[in-house]
Structures are given as C-alpha cells and as structure tokens.
Design a binder for this molecule. Structure first.
Ligand code: PMP
Length: 351
C-alpha cells in the first residue's frame, strides 16, 4: 500500500494467473496451454510480418482479421470484435455490457477472473451455485438480473452445457446480455455462435490461446449482434487504439486459414484427454466429464493439496484451487502423450 495509490487501487484483489516457471524438464500441466506448437503457416506468417513495416501502426480496426473470423464463423464483420487475448475482451465486456442496476450472475465455481473485473468496475454480482455434480442448471438463472456470464465448457470443471440449456437462459432474459465464454469450446463443446442470429442479447467470447496453440500471441474475440460489438468498440477506442499488433494480426489470420492443422491438433488433445481420464479413473480418481483441454479430478483417499505438492516435487505441476467446494480437486491440463504418461507415473509413485 502506497500513499500515492488511488482508493480504487488500494481496494483491488488482482487475479493471479497460473505460474510460468522456467525449469528444465518440467511437465507443465497447470495453465491449460496446448502441448503442440502453432501451425507452421502461423509461424511463417509471423516471420513475414517481422519486417520493415513494423515501424507503421497496425490496422486499428483489424479489418482483415475480423473478415477472416466473420467468414470462418458465418457472421458479418460488424458482428466481430477482437482484442489482446480473451481476458482483454472480457475486461471490455464487463465495462461495456455487464454493469447494470441489478446484479450480474455467474456460477459459484467458474473463471476466477470474473469477480476481479466486478471489483475493478464496481459491478454488483451474485454467484449461482452449481449443482451437486458441479453442473450448471439453466433454471437457476431464471430470476431477475442485470446480465449473465458463464464459461461453456465451464472452467475449472470442464463440464459443458448443451445448446438447449444455453438457449433457455437466453429466452428467459431477452432484456439482459448473456455472455458465453467459450475459451475451451473447440475441445468438444457446443458453440453458441449458431444462436447469434436469433438472440441479439447473446455475446460469445473465444480465444486462440487454447485450441490454436497461441497463448503467447494474445488474441481473443467476441461474436454477437452489431449493437453489442459497437459498445465494445466504443470502450476499446476510449482505451487503446491498437490492442493487436502487426504480428498478432498476421498470426491470427494465418491460424484460421490452416483448418487441417487445427482439426488434427484439437483431435490429438481430445484423444489424450480420453486416455488420461481412463488412467486416472483406474488409479481411483473421480474424474468429471470434460469437454475441455483439462481434467478436473479428485481422489477419495488422497488430499489434493498434498498430491499437488508431491507432483511438484516430481517436476509435474498441476493447478490446485484452495476454494470452497473444489479444494479436493486437481485441474490437470492435457499434455502430450509423454507428459500425460509422466503425470500418471508420478501419481503412481505418490499413491
Ligand atoms: N476464459 C476462461 C474461462 C479461461 O480459462 C481463460 C484462460 N485463463 C480465459 C478466458 C482467457 O484466455 P486468454 O486471455 O488467453 O484468451
């Protein structure tokens, strides 16, 4: 605390991202990164963009990327917003669309950045408990609210909600913005992009960090009715004209042009997840059904914090949240087959 800080800063409790240690030989299964590198076409586009043109500002409206995303998802450019990772997109969404007189609703167990944004912007919110199996029940969102946000598949549970469930929430609240955070949707979830034409209150947020192996490039986007997009553009243009640099724009466009690579890598992660789920179950873990690139699991006989510490001592890091209802779970990102095997070996030694 410094005497020079504003009252807002003094009152903040910032989000703490998963650690990024640089230890050789570490099996890093703690931040849901993709074990495979980005498409070779993306790397070629980045090399081509590392040129004399870097002296020029990038396109402030990211037109080519928006057009690429619009074609890919079957919407118009006016229905696309892009930002510096979906975290930045979400930060602008919270400010532009989620602050109202009635409280914002989100699940009690979900992305822990949401309450941080609420605090930053002074947004009143109420958490809605997941059911006993840690599933989101759409009917629990029926009451009055200012807006709704939830990840689908949810994080850190990995559990997906079907489109009928998403649609029932949209129908119950034609007057409120409903944001579906689809950071993990490409690993088997059902995307609500198909519902955008029918629901002007729907905003879908996605990222290139997970399924497109580009966490280091920082590109995220939102799709929704042009009115919602315009709100985001107004805030963005009051904050930073160029959130995406020339490299990010070039790499992101190239990623959407290499569909074959995307499909192969995404399927490889899904296959490893199914394999790892079976192995964890055979070790006695209770494994939640995941549609994401991570697994959320607990062991009836072994304390999660101790397991995480034991894994760390064996150079395997996973994420443990010391939070109500989930303190006995471990969130394990899906690694390469070798990394998953190292995790299972370390667990066998431990248990
Ligand atoms: N939403 C959810 C649910 C996430 O887990 C994450 C990753 N921490 C993000 C959004 C943000 O991802 P990024 O900023 O890398 O796009």
């Amino acid at each position: 605390m410094s005497r020079y800080w504003s009252a807002v800063v003094s009152g903040l409790t910032p989000y703490v991202p998963g650690e990024q240690p640089k230890l050789p030989g570490l099996v890093k299964l703690n931040t849901n990164e993709n074990p495979y590198g980005p498409s070779p076409q993306v790397l070629a586009a980045l090399r081509a963009a590392a040129a004399d043109t870097l002296r020029l500002y990038p396109d402030p409206s990211a037109s080519e990327l928006k057009q690429t995303l619009a074609e890919y998802h079957g919407v118009s450019s006016a229905e696309v917003f892009v930002g510096n990772g979906s975290d930045e997109v979400l930060a602008l969404v919270f400010m532009a669309l989620l602050k109202h007189d009635a409280p914002l609703l989100f699940p009690d167990i979900s992305y822990s950045f949401y309450p941080v944004y609420c605090k930053l912007y002074g947004i009143d919110y109420r958490t809605v408990p997941l059911d006993e199996q840690l599933r989101l029940r759409p009917e629990d969102y029926a009451g009055p609210c200012g807006a709704i946000i939830f990840p689908n598949p949810n994080a850190p549970t990995g559990i997906g909600l079907g489109l009928a469930g998403v649609e029932s929430i949209l129908q119950a609240h034609p007057e409120a913005v409903v944001v579906v955070d689809e950071a993990y949707v490409d690993f088997g979830g059902a995307s609500a992009v198909a519902l955008i034409a029918a629901y002007p209150n729907l905003l879908v947020v996605q990222t290139l960090s997970k399924s497109r192996s580009l966490a280091g490039l920082r590109v995220g986007f939102a799709l929704g009715h042009p009115d919602l997009i315009e709100a985001l553009e107004r805030v963005k243009n009051s904050f930073n004209s160029y959130p995406l640099d020339r490299l990010s724009l070039a790499g992101a466009v190239a990623s959407f042009r290499d569909e074959t690579y995307f499909q192969q890598m995404r399927q490889a992660v899904i296959d490893s997840r199914e394999q790892l789920a079976l192995e964890l179950a055979s070790l006695g873990f209770e494994v939640l059904p995941s549609q994401a690139n991570f697994i959320f699991a607990r062991h009836p006989q072994h304390d999660a914090a101790q397991l995480a510490a034991g894994l760390r001592a064996r150079s395997v890091i996973v994420r443990h949240f010391n939070a109500p209802r989930i303190s006995q779970f471990l969130r394990i990102s899906i690694g390469s087959p070798d990394e998953c095997a190292a995790l299972v070996r370390a667990l066998r030694e431990l248990m």
